[in-house]
Design a protein. Structure first.
Length: 497
């Protein structure tokens, strides 16, 4: 089934009338255009309302309420029930100035009309902040993915399969995907509609939703998209930094916290943390760089893994600002993963005689030292910042899990043991955490294009927390990507097919 409706003065001008709807709940057929009802969700002190202008298909929504956040909501909602993939698009404008900067006008998908319902929305705030917000299950805490676009005039929310996404457009521009996708499952039927929240329970706020487009049925894929995001480990509210139709991978966070490095199409690029356009880093002859690269502890050098010489990945070192690479590992394939805290030694994964194992080698070159010998793949070695351990992932037990050992290879011990296949343990600068990439059970190796989790592991032991759910895998977080203050992690997500 496919249904597409657009209301404008061109199509409905012959039916000029203005219908004011003030009653709560169900509305008469056609009285709310494409919607079926409206009501306050939660307990706003001031009752909300909606005025539907059938002449131009616009909706003026009045809403009170203290917030749409945390574990429950309070706002006015204009809704319809749906049981398919769906999208809702509208031009959104607040009426009046001076309201709370956190007042919200939203396109909202909800599991129910209960205040603590699971939901996702594309929310325009009074301050211009625009974000994809979501509560994954009833009573959960709300999280968000902040868009890099402030104050757009047009928004779209889409539910496509088990992913929800948002698109934005500035005045006079075409809608563009925000490149933020959140994995979430709604049980059919569910609700979709318009919401306004005052963010101040003592007042009401108003917003106009015009040029409203509603579509249910199959939604086309957005095409290949790569999104560099950051996520704070406390709030887990993600932020989009950069998005592109080019394939990008594996962000490093600079030691001074001012920029990222990532690889794309065989090259290394530098991007300010505040966003902008990436700049090519000169890597000389090395033009087949893969996603195993990283910055030295003093921030002056860059290790890369490149296959320009003979087709096998080899490890090189060059100035972080660019220059001619110096060969470190003459034998390949070799894939860099870690610097020792003193900058004198590199840890890498090498394939020798058909086996992938963990090796170390002097950063200036020299003999390599094999640290693991267990059957099966050992990969992703990275030093803890105090130099006491090298963390790595190993499938020696039959399932990929996180391990650690002393830098000389002694006392190898398992860190994680659960139902996931766990890869790429990245110790935080303060030594308290590991960020790992987790695949569902049954996924072998570390392929791209999978539903994955970023999970936070306390190094002292304790509960593992999910920090982000996304579509990714290979390229998402292959290399060290912690902010210097240990508060945030950078990663790359991809658009679902």
């Amino acid at each position: 089934m496919s249904l597409f409706l657009r209301f404008s003065s061109a199509t409905l001008g012959a039916f000029v009338c203005l219908i004011g709807i003030r009653a709560q709940g169900q509305a008469d057929a056609g009285a709310l255009g494409i919607f079926q009802g409206h009501q306050d969700v939660g307990t706003p002190s001031h009752a909300g309302s909606v005025d539907y202008n059938a002449a131009n298909g616009s909706y003026k929504v009045t809403g009170g309420g203290s917030n749409m956040w945390f574990a429950n909501d309070s706002f006015h909602y204009v809704w319809r029930k749906v049981s398919e993939d769906v999208s809702l698009t509208a031009d959104i404008a607040f009426i009046g100035t001076g309201g709370d900067p956190h007042r919200k006008a939203c396109l909202v998908i909800r599991q129910s009309l209960d205040a603590d319902s699971a939901y996702a929305d594309a929310a325009l705030h009074g301050s211009g902040l625009t974000s994809l917000q979501f509560r994954e299950y009833n009573g959960d805490i709300t999280h968000e993915i902040q868009s890099s676009v402030s104050g757009p005039t047009r928004l779209r929310i889409e539910k496509r399969g088990n992913y929800v996404s948002m698109s934005v457009a500035a005045a006079g521009e075409e809608l563009q995907p925000s490149r933020a996708f959140f994995r979430m499952t709604f049980t059919e039927p569910f609700y979709i509609g318009l919401g306004v929240c005052a963010h101040n329970n003592n007042v009401s706020e108003q917003a106009t939703f015009s040029n409203v487009e509603y579509k249910e049925g199959p939604i086309p894929a957005p095409g290949p998209l790569s999104t560099l995001e950051t996520v704070p480990i406390v709030s887990t509210d993600r932020k989009v930094i950069y998005c592109t139709s080019n394939h990008i991978e594996a962000p490093n966070w600079s030691r001074d916290g001012t920029y990222f490095l990532f690889n794309s199409r065989g090259h290394i690029y530098r991007l300010p943390v505040a966003g902008g356009e990436p700049q090519l880093v000169d890597t000389g002859f090395a033009r087949q760089c893969n996603n195993d690269h990283g910055i030295s502890p003093d921030g002056s050098q860059l290790a890369i893994s490149d296959s320009s010489n003979g087709g096998k990945s080899l490890v090189y070192v060059l100035p972080v600002t660019g220059g001619t690479p110096t060969l470190v590992t003459p034998t390949g394939p070799s894939y860099w993963h870690g610097w020792s805290p003193d900058g004198k030694t590199l840890a890498f994964c090498g394939q020798r005689n058909g086996e992938f194992d963990v090796y170390t080698i002097p950063a200036e070159g020299g003999p390599e030292t094999r640290l693991t010998t267990a059957p099966g793949k050992d990969d992703g070695p990275e030093y803890s910042r105090d130099g006491q351990y090298i963390y790595f992932n190993s499938e020696r037990t039959g399932q990929m899990q996180i391990w650690r050992m002393h830098p000389d290879g002694t006392q190898q011990e398992q860190v994680t043991s659960d139902e996931y296949n766990n890869w790429f343990a990245h110790p935080s600068p303060n030594g308290q955490w590991l960020m790992i990439l987790s695949y569902e059970k049954g996924v072998t190796d570390h392929p791209a294009g999978k539903d994955v989790l970023l999970r936070l592991v306390p190094t002292a032991g304790g509960k593992i927390r999910v920090i982000a759910k996304l579509f990714g895998g290979q390229g998402t977080i292959n290399v060290p990507s912690w902010s210097p203050d240990s508060r945030n992690v950078a990663f790359v997500s991809y658009s679902p097919p």
